[in-house]
Design a protein around this ligand. Structure first.
Ligand code: BTN
Length: 265
């Protein structure tokens, strides 16, 4: 991947400014600096390697050179989107699922709120960060990391959920630029519908563990529930053991199957 191959693959997409970096600390941090300097909506930052990639809950995200898709978008939400900032993350997850189905024929799922799983293993993580100055939103940075080749996989001890990559599931190599183009197309196509009933229905269609028992772990402890779907604000709807319906908000939470057969730290 280089700036020329990216430009070719992304030609025709409404990307006002695109940066390709051979190596960077974190594309989210780089994009935030661009946003502070006035970068327009849908400015794209792509890196071949990240040396200080970040995940949710202050976790590390490894992106060795030549192995993955690691990119961030600068977003300036419109007034309707301002009401639903929490839905940018699932929008990213859904765009990745859509692209994996369209361009690779892979059946991917969204693990609430936004990780992408293939065969119940994590292939992609999403980190959406809103930057405020007082009460004024400066920008939203949406970062996506998709494991493409085997060399992108984190060490077993580094993960909380079993990982996979696109090429492992597909059994052939994938052109990262072409995949990126389809992810961005899917994001652009779905963005205007974010928050609509159709959007929520689509999200539920992609949702992993629908109808299954999961464990949601937060700062105040863990609870088990059967996944019912998502609420309008993006919360997860669960049925508890007593049959009551509860909602869990996106935040410092981790979701895993209730009968946890996976190795985890
Ligand atoms: C997670 O699963 O915890 C989220 C991982 C998000 C990783 C992406 S890679 C591109 C962007 N830059 C970062 O530093 N993080 C995100």
């Amino acid at each position: 991947m280089n700036v020329n191959s990216l430009q070719v693959a992304l030609a025709g997409l409404p990307i006002p400014v695109m940066y390709f970096l051979d190596t960077v600390g974190s594309t989210n941090d780089f994009a935030e600096e661009l946003a502070k300097a006035g970068a327009p909506d849908f400015t794209l930052v792509v890196a071949d390697e990240q040396t200080r990639g970040r995940g949710r809950l202050n976790r590390r995200w490894t992106t060795p050179a030549g192995t993955a898709l690691a990119f961030s978008l600068v977003l300036h939400p419109n007034p309707a989107e301002m009401e639903n900032l929490g839905l940018f993350a699932p929008l990213c997850g859904m765009a990745v699922c859509q692209a994996l189905r369209e361009s690779c024929g892979l059946a991917a799922e969204v693990k609430w709120p936004n990780d992408v799983l293939i065969k119940r293993r994590k292939a992609c993580g999403v980190l959406v960060e809103a930057h405020w100055l007082g009460s004024e939103l400066q920008s939203v940075i949406a970062g996506i990391g998709l494991n493409v080749s085997l060399a992108s996989l984190p060490q077993a001890g580094e993960v909380l959920f079993p990982a996979t990559c696109v090429e492992e599931q597909l059994g052939r190599s994938v052109q990262r630029e072409a995949l990126l183009a389809v992810v961005l197309e899917a994001f652009l196509a779905e963005r205007p519908h974010t928050g609509s009933l159709a959007f929520l229905a689509k999200w539920e269609n992609w949702l992993a563990f629908m109808g299954e028992w999961v464990q949601v772990e937060g700062p105040t402890g863990a609870l088990n529930g059967r996944v019912l779907g998502v609420a309008a604000d993006g919360s997860l709807r669960l049925e508890t053991e007593t049959g009551a319906e509860i909602v869990v908000s996106v935040g410092d939470v981790r979701l895993r199957p209730a009968a946890n057969t996976f190795d985890s730290k």
